[in-house]
Structure formats: C-alpha cells, structure tokens
Design a protein around this ligand. Sequence first.
Ligand code: A2P
Length: 264
Amino acid sequence: MTVTRPIIAMPDAQTVTEIRHWTDRLFSFRVTRPRSLRFRSGEFVMLGLMGDNGKPLLRAYSIASPSWDEELEFYSIKVPDGPLTSRLQHIQPGNQIVLRPKPVGTLVLDALLPGRRLWFFATGTGVAPFASLVRDPDTYERYDQVILTHTCRHADDLGYSRDLVAATMDDPLVGEQAQAQLSYFPTTTADESAQMGRITNLLRSGEVFQALDVPPIDPVSDRAMVCGSIALNTDMKEILEGFGLREGSNSKPAEYVVEKAFVD
Ligand code: A2P
C-alpha cells in the first residue's frame, strides 16, 4: 500500500512577490501579507528562511510598507557572511520566506505626545520604519510638518529613500498632504553631495535648521523618532535630551523614541 503524505504548508510561510537590488549592499523585497496581520506603522516583525536543520533562521525587520498596503515590504543590507542576509539576498519572486505575524516596536505615533513638527532621523537601513510612517495619513493628521533625515556613506545608498519620498509625493492617499508637510534631508558622509556630514554634527552646528528654515528643536513643538546603529542612537539621545526632549514608550508617550536598525 502506498501512503501519500499530505502536503503541509510551512507555518507562517509568505511568498516573495518582488525584489529590487539598490546597490551591491542593499536590497528591498515584497511578500504576500498574512490575512490576520494588522500592524501600526513603524513596527517590526521577525522574518527569515528555513535553515538546513529544519528550523527557521529569523531576524527582526521593520515593515517598510504602509499599513494599508496589500503586501509587505522590507529593506535590508546584504552582509556577505551574515547567516540570514547572505541567503536572503538571493530570493526570487515565488520563493517562500517565514514571517511571524506578531508586530512590535517603539517607533509608533502612539509613543509620542502631540506636537507640531515630527522628525525622523535614520541612517542606512534604519529608514525602513519611516518608509511606513511617511505613507501613513495619521502622521500628517497629527503633525503639521514632517522631516525625514537620512544619512548614508554613499550617494547610491540614498536611492531607496529618494524614490520613497518621490513616490509619497505622488501617492493618491497621502500625496497632497506630503507635498505640503513632508521635507526630505538626505546627507552623505563619504561621497560628495549637496549636504554632507553626519546628521548629529549638522544638528550640533545648527546647519540642519538653517537648511530647512525651521527653528531649533524644542520640547514644546518638536517630536522625534530615531533609527540607526547603536552609536547613532546613543549620540542622538544625548542631542535630543540636550534640546529638552524626553524618551517615550508605548506605555508612557513623551517627546522622542529610539530603535536600533536591525542588521544581520
Ligand atoms: P560615517 O561614515 O561618518 O561613519 P553604517 O554603514 O556604519 O551603518 O553607517 C551609515 C551612516 O551612518 C554613515 O553615513 C555613518 O557615518 C553614519 N553614522 C554612523 N555612526 C554614526 C553616529 N554615531 N552618528 C551619526 N552618524 C553616524
């Protein structure tokens, strides 16, 4: 007697729908969205691939797509020897990834008190949660002005955020609000560009305020979210607290929130 084994779907499997390689170190990909998944813009989920041992190899990835999107988008670096990204960078449309549909995180609007101006400070792939937040109508309803800063070494590394901002300005849902309320402030630290230097130094010197024609950050009107390396986050905390902002959380909203950009 032959026994036919039922085909059991991999739990939490999602199908890759699109991949885009931005540079030899950066790529973004889109996957199908689990029907049950509800998330707040700025949150992250655990995703990855099945390992040879039959166990999933998962890492934290911020959801870069807006919460109204039918699919989910992620933005990742490629670490040559990274256990996950060395494999993940080769995924193709139709492949399956593992995604645990339990979104969490502190880079959410609910963790901030109301204010007039909202700053997003990102380095590298830390821009991913803000890619979700700049396409959320709530962001523009809660704040009059939204400023996205993105610091990378090379001009090419800014391609994802440059395209994001251009697409957001044209977006049928938030385009009109974004055109009136969103400013983009890209800076590079290695390549020549219109605005060079670490955002931390540009804040300390005040150049960023001059360039954007806004008053210096103050705790009455300004709110901030930070996502980058541990060093960036530590430096930004000191700078923001120097301006009088206090760190908030989901349970105790305040003037700024920080999260580490997740890397392999
Ligand atoms: P820099 O080139 O001066 O180190 P990485 O690729 O290491 O994640 O860095 C991405 C970007 O973040 C780079 O432009 C880098 O600048 C910048 N960066 C790294 N650490 C800090 C920090 N502590 N404060 C501000 N910017 C930083």
